[in-house]
Structure formats: C-alpha cells, structure tokens
Design a protein around this ligand. Structure first.
Ligand code: G3P
Length: 218
C-alpha cells in the first residue's frame, strides 16, 4: 500500500519523508490556499519545492473545467517535473482530458469521486489513480469505506490497472480500514500517519526495557 500525504505544508511533507514511509504527495487548490500559496507562479514554484522534497508522485490539480483548458494546464504541469501527476475533476471534460493524457502517457489522478460508477468511468478513461473521498462521504452519513470495497470489486472483476487512492482520509483507522479493503494508496494528513505509531504497550514496554538496562548497568 502506498502512503501519500495530503497537504501542501512543506514541514509536514519533510517530516513524513524523513520517516521513510512516504510514497508521494497529493494537493488541491484548497490545500494550497490553506498554506497561503496563491497566484500561478507561486503555485508552480511550490510544486517544484514539493518535488524536490520527495521521491514519489506529486498530484497537481488543474483549475480549468473545460477540456481545452485542462489539456493546456495539465500539459504545463506535467512538463514541470517528471514526478507530477495531473489531477482532474470527475466531470465529463475531466474524463475526456483523462483519456487524452492517458493516450499520451501522461499520468493522471481523477479526483472528487463519490460513486462506483464515477470510478468505473475514470478507469475506462485510463486514469493512473482514482480518488474516492471517503471522509466527505462519512460527513453526510454515507459509508465512505463501502465505496472503496465497491471500486475494488469492480476493478478486480475486469483487471483495471487504475490504482485506488483513498482520499479525504481523516484519521488513523481510515488508513487501517483502507488497507484491509485493498486500497492501493491512501492519502491523509501527517497526524493520521503518525497515529499508526501509537500503542501504550510499546511505550510501557520500552520504558521497562530501558529501566531494566539501567539497573543492570549501574
Ligand atoms: O484528498 C482529498 C482531500 O484533500 C479532501 O480532504 O478532508 O477536505 O475532505 P477533506
């Protein structure tokens, strides 16, 4: 299972990278705005900084909603760095653009996916990644994890190579549940990744080992 971090915060990205378990980064316009990164030039410079920090895939989202605009923006983003994956919204023009990029060998991440039918379309269009937003489904009393299971079943039925990238992951249990369900990738905040470290028996066991070592080595 690949671990992506879902942020544009360089400190969080660097901390996850230093942990040695990071496979990539996902961003979106809201995450960029949260870090105060505005204006095309600054956003592009920020993508380059992220690519310099990590070794894996870095999703960069287009803001156009028409096919021609998405193609123009996506080609410019893909040309920035070999690690860039063009992130496209799951709308008709986004699917057309996904097929266009897929035919050209440019990797894509189709985002804002909330149903198995949308995920099927993304796979048919040759998406590299599909991003079902599980947290936002949970927010409206709909089982986000069930969507991961449904997409897994559909993709396995036909051998689609599109990777399921569980997005809108909010906490540590989301990561564990996505891993059980066979999600190829998860993207979440640093706090959710670090939550995987935690167990009180690890802490108390380590404290005991160190105390016993001290006793024996006085
Ligand atoms: O990966 C998608 C993500 O950025 C959305 O997360 O927490 O805003 O639903 P959230």
């Amino acid at each position: 299972m690949k671990f992506f971090i879902d942020t544009a915060n360089l400190n969080d990205i660097a901390e996850a990278q230093a942990l040695g378990v990071l496979d990539g980064v996902t961003t979106n316009p809201s995450l960029m705005a949260k870090e105060g990164i505005t204006g095309t030039d600054n956003i592009i410079a920020h993508y380059k900084k992220i690519c310099d920090l990590v070794e894996g895939d870095v999703s960069a989202e287009v803001i156009s909603t028409d096919f021609e605009g998405m193609v123009k923006e996506g080609e410019a983003l893909a040309a920035l760095h070999p690690q860039i994956v063009v992130k496209l919204p799951l709308i008709a023009d986004g699917i057309k653009a996904c097929k266009y990029f897929s035919d050209k060998g440019i990797r894509t991440n189709v985002t804002l996916v909330f149903s198995p039918g949308q995920a099927l379309l993304a796979a048919k269009a040759g998406a590299t990644y599909v991003s079902p937003f599980i947290g936002r489904l949970d927010d409206i009393s709909t089982d986000g994890l069930n969507l991961i299971s449904e997409i897994r079943l559909i993709y396995d039925n036909y051998g689609f190579q599109t990777q399921i990238l569980a997005a809108s992951v909010r906490h540590t249990m989301h990561i564990i549940d996505c891993a059980k369900l066979g999600s190829d990738v998860m993207t979440g905040p640093l706090s959710a990744i670090k939550g995987l470290l935690k167990h009180p028996l690890t802490d108390s066991g380590l404290a005991q080992f160190l105390a016993d070592y001290q006793k024996g080595n006085k």
